[in-house]
Structures are given as structure tokens and as C-alpha cells.
Design a protein around this ligand. Sequence first.
Ligand code: NAD
Ligand code: DAU
Length: 373
Amino acid sequence: MEFKRSIVITGGAGFIGSHVVRLFVNKYPEYKIINLDKLTYAGNLANLKDIESAPNYRFVKMDICDFEAFYQLMQDEHIDGIIHLAAESHVDRSIKDPFTFARTNVMGTLSLLQAAKLYWESLPEHYEGKRFYHISTDEVYGALELTHPEGKANDFSAHEVYGDDFFVETTKYNPHSPYSASKASSDHFVRAFHDTYGMPTVVTNCSNNYGPYQFPEKLIPLFINNIRHRKPLPVYGKGENVRDWLYVEDHARAIDLIFHEGKVAETYNIGGFNEWKNIDIIKVVINTVDRLLGRKEGEDMDLITYVTDRAGHDLRYAIDSRKLKAELGWEPCLQFEEGIEKTVKWYLENQEWMDNITSGEYEKYYEEMYADR
Ligand code: NAD
Ligand code: DAU
């Protein structure tokens, strides 16, 4: 079958990547979608069971650091678009093992860029109709102060009330963790490939995502599972850090829009003006899990356990995504209340997915990770 486009999505077996792959495979039967993933601990093909036999889908197990293999794939599949999500993504792991983050996030991204450059520059049409889209994070901007009275905003007019204390696309990079430092470095390489070679790149920086298929080392799925099993909920520090939460399908829709309509060499921030103090979101999660399990709402509050803070823990992230709304018309579809209800329900109804991850190897890792807290 002839396809109109041939697109590689890296990290497609991970949390956000699997939502992006699903969206593209279903929405664009005329595109060939190649999911390239090394299947690290975070990659899980069970995330894509529903689309795995679609005629426009192919899975390739590959390390993004394998330059030769990726260059060959570019040639074999005539790749004209790359949506790059593969990364080591967990801040706590980066504190224990920074080398893996530099290797995958920095060298891996550079390897993809160089292979794409060599292949696209060898074609008669050169970079015409090509795109390298790099998915990054708000963490590269550093940390903000707690300026909002309740650490919470929830709407696109928040800046009118609270002033300009948000990350904008021109905020100076100031990463603090090995994870954010490695993502910042990869962002710089992507922009350098545009500025030096004219590669048609685009970069987006998104806030915290939540939703189905997130690996249960991250706050929301970890806590849902622990509440279900009545295990302690390790809250770092005083639980006062603020994160800006976006439902993962809203992020995937933004990626689709920006891949197709975003301007070359631009940066777009993606976020829903939905800031929550950790302790407040944790209470919402406890109440929701309790209610959906038929327990008395709030009866599991005593699982909250304050533990040693994360080293270098960024106090607050908050994204200003007004540029994306003004230029491309994107805004989140889902209100937080609806999103968290859907998310908790999904994890409770997909206990087998969770059990397959949390048994065995991961259980050992989790015990070690929390042994010193
Ligand atoms: P994830 O950890 O769930 O998935 C990462 C995927 O990348 C996994 O499938 C893994 O197997 C794959 N991978 C890792 N190393 C690889 C390698 N060397 N070669 C090939 N594949 C490899 O991550 P996520 O939360 O879905 O994040 C995806 C991207 O979005 C990352 O680049 C992350 O920095 C960015 N991001 C995440 C969030 C968030 O809240 N989760 C927010 C903003 C940006
Ligand atoms: O902001 C975007 C980033 O969001 C992404 O770039 C990262 O890939 C993603 O992992 C996420 O980073 P965070 O560090 O914000 O997410 P995490 O779920 O690890 O933690 C959310 C907050 O909850 C953070 O302030 C730390 C805190 N926390 C986390 C865990 C796992 C706890 O208090 N206890 C926990 O057990």
C-alpha cells in the first residue's frame, strides 16, 4: 500500500508516545506510522494493543542512540517526519543515574538529528516537506516562586489576575535536575540543527501530563495504586510544590496540530493553566479512589506519609500557553475534575495492566528507591 507520509514516532511505547501513536494511526490511515522504541522499563507494548494490527502501523525495536540502524530505517521507510518523544523521563531516576539520561536524552537526540540531516540532505527535494518535532518539558525553564494565593489558577485569564509569573517561550533556560539538564541540552541541539543546517524543526515544552498508561513511578498512578492497596503515600517535603497538570490526550491533540501547522523553528508552550499544590491534588486523588472503590470518601487520608524531599526539588512549574491558543487555536478539552475521574477509573478498571508492571523487577526497584526516604 502506498502511504502519503511516513512518520517515525520515537518513544511510542511509553506514556505520552502511546497516546500520540494511537491518535495518528486512527486519524491518518493515509500515513504510515512507525513506532520506534527501545522498550526500556518504561516502554510497554500493552499500551497499544488496540491498534497493533492496523495496516498503517509498524513497531521497530531500536535504541535512538543507534545511529547506523536509524539512518538505515530513514532510507528504507523514506521517512519525512519525526516526532521525538523517546527519553528517560523520571526526575528521581536521573538523580540516581545521570549518565543514562545524558546518553539517551542528549546523545540519542543528536543521533536522530544527524541521521535525519544526512538522509534528507541526500534527497533532491532536500528539506522540503520534512519535519523534526522534538517534545520537551517545562522543567528546562527552572522553577517559579509560589506567587498565587492558593497555588492554583485553572484558566487562560490567570495572567490577568496574577501577573506574568509563568514560563513563556522566551524564558531563559535554568534546569536544576540531571533530567531537565539533559532535556535542555537536547532542545539546544534541535534548535542548532535548524540554525546551522536549515533543518525544519519545531520544539514544544509541556507541563505535567496525567491519564491512562502512565508508568506507576509518577505521582498520580503511583498514588492511585498505593491507595487501592492501602500502602503509604510518600509525599516529598511538605507537599507544597506546585505542578501544572494537563490531560495526556489534550497534549496528544496539541502535538498533532503543531506537527501539521506549527511554524518551522518555533517553540510552543503547552499547558492548561491548571496548577495544584501536590498535597491538594493528592487529597483529590484519595477522595476519588475511595469513592470509586465504595469506601468512605477520605478514609485513606492517613496513608499520607511525609518523607525526605527530592534533592533540588523545583518549587513550582506553570506554563503560559497563550501563544499556542492565539496562533493555532489549541486549548484543553477536558476540565480537571473530568480528567481525574476518567484517570482514576481507568487505573482501577485496568488492574491487570498495573499488576504486570508492578510485580517482579519493578517491585525491587521501588523498594530500593524508597529505602532511604
Ligand atoms: P515515558 O518514560 O513514559 O516513555 C519513554 C519511552 O521512551 C519509553 O517507551 C521508552 O522505552 C522509550 N525510550 C527510552 N529510552 C530510549 C532509547 N534509548 N531508545 C528508544 N526508546 C527509548 O515518558 P513520557 O512521560 O511518555 O514522556 C515522553 C516525552 O515527553 C519525554 O521526552 C518527556 O521528556 C516529555 N514530557 C513528559 C511529560 C510528562 O508529564 N510525562 C511532560 C512534558 C514532556
Ligand atoms: O513538568 C513536566 C515533567 O513532569 C516531565 O518533564 C517529567 O517527565 C515528568 O515525570 C513530570 O515530572 P515531575 O517530577 O513533576 O513528576 P512526578 O510525577 O515525579 O512528581 C510530581 C510531583 O510530586 C513532584 O513535585 C514530586 C512529587 N512526588 C512525586 C512522587 C513520585 C511526591 O511527592 N511523591 C512521589 O512519590
